[in-house]
Ligand binder design. Structure first.
Ligand SMILES: *Cc1c(COP(=O)(O)O)cnc(C)c1O
Length: 391
């Protein structure tokens, strides 16, 4: 291959492929739980790690390895470890890098299950978590304790699309000797590369934009060889491994990632601009709009605004539910990252279990609606929403 570095669009299609003796053009799917050795001596060397190779699919599998290599290339990391879901990746990360007595500083604007894991499950194992206001750098600094080992954030946040300055938080984390992990699910490596901004670890729910078509669950963590070896040893012993079938689906998802993201972001920007001028809308949250309070930071840190648009409909829950129930095309579901546009009411779904006062204070008001924009013609999505905003 040429010595000039390949563009990300090319890596998304070409990086990491493993070819068998049959010279198949598509990545082969290796549905096998174990791998044979030529001799007892070779098996011993494979198991001790003295020679590279495959032994058992809980450890690694060629299809999973191909996915890991391709995602690592796209994020600019040395290595990736894939997991059965995004939550398995986050849990694995915590297990690999923290012990009882350690402390995490995390953004309070996180995916719901991540809040449950960090806030309710980890304390049972002696790991303490302080949640801070996402965009307040002083709050991140003030939360540091002598036992702080990990900083954890998502940007843009869900559903209010707050942007956290990754470089600034990385500096705070490194000043106290902690690692920074960034959940890059909303942007994918097509829009944002946290490792290049100082993060130590990137976490993915591959279920979203990496698959891109709402088919399978998957997750991954990307970073240096040294850090990822710890996670690999956890995954091979604890077993939250990605299946070869799901890795195969995710590999082909990556092949179309850049074109999907480019078009979905363009569709989202068009929808956000229209919503901003609509008399029934009180406020639009979209990092690609100049009216977004962190538009400049977003455009510095990301190559586009993303595909998630949130907005407040005048008239509270009644108006928001009317809008959602008037749709005929877009899907009423809390999932995102699909080529199909989805609509959800965060206050009663994804954030329904958050105490109402906390929710309101965080800006997740009753009139808030979140749309994850897909690949349908934008005029059709706009017309579908317009129906419920009339009158
Ligand atoms: C969906 C999601 C997760 C969890 O991923 P799963 O694959 O559903 O386990 C984590 N973080 C973010 C931002 C998500 O949207």
């Amino acid at each position: 291959m040429s010595t000039t570095p390949l563009h990300p669009e090319t890596l998304a299609i070409r990086a990491g492929k493993e070819t068998s003796d049959y010279q198949e053009h598509s990545q082969a799917m290796f549905l096998t739980s174990s791998f044979k050795s030529a001799s007892a001596a070779e098996a011993a060397k494979l198991f001790s790690g003295e020679i590279p190779g495959y032994t058992y699919s809980r450890f690694t599998n060629p299809t999973v390895s191909a996915f890991q290599a391709r995602l690592a290339a796209l994020e600019g990391g040395e290595r990736a470890v894939a997991t059965a879901s995004g939550m398995a990746a986050i849990h694995g990360l915590v297990q690999a890098f923290l012990s009882a007595g350690d402390h995490i500083v995390a953004s309070q604007s996180l995916f719901g299950a991540t809040v449950q894991l960090l806030g309710n499950i980890l304390p049972r194992f002696g790991i303490e978590v302080t949640f801070v206001a996402a965009t307040d750098l002083d709050a991140w600094r003030a939360a540091v304790q002598p036992n702080t080992k990990l900083f954890y954030l998502e940007t843009p946040s869900n559903p209010l699309t707050e942007i956290i300055d990754i470089r600034a938080v990385a500096d705070i984390a490194h000043a106290c000797g902690a690692l920074l992990a960034v959940d890059n699910c909303f942007c994918s490596p097509a829009l944002q590369k946290p490792l290049s901004l100082g993060a130590d670890l990137v976490v993915h729910s591959a279920t979203k934009y990496i698959d891109g078509q709402g088919r399978v669950l998957g997750g991954a963590v990307v970073g240096s060889h040294e850090l990822l070896e710890k996670l690999y040893l956890f995954v091979r012993s604890a077993g939250p491994t990605l299946s070869a079938f799901n890795a195969w689906v995710l590999l082909s998802g990556l092949e179309t990632l850049f074109v999907r993201m480019e078009r979905q972001c363009a569709n989202a920007l068009q929808l956000a601009r229209w919503l901003e001028t609509h008399p029934a809308i009180e406020k639009v949250y979209y990092p690609g709009l100049p009216s977004h309070p962190q538009h400049e930071l977003a455009m510095r840190q990301q190559t586009a605004g993303g595909a998630v648009v949130s907005f407040i409909v005048k008239g509270g829950r009644e108006a928001a539910w009317k809008l959602i129930d008037s749709t005929q095309l877009v899907s009423i579901t809390a999932n995102l990252g699909d080529v199909k546009t989805t609509i959800t009411h965060p206050a009663t779904t994804t954030h329904g279990r958050v105490a109402p006062e906390v929710r309101e204070k965080a800006g997740i008001v009753e009139g808030l609606v979140r749309v994850a924009v897909g690949l349908e013609h934008p005029a059709d999505v706009q017309a579908d929403l317009a129906r419920g905003l009339e009158g």
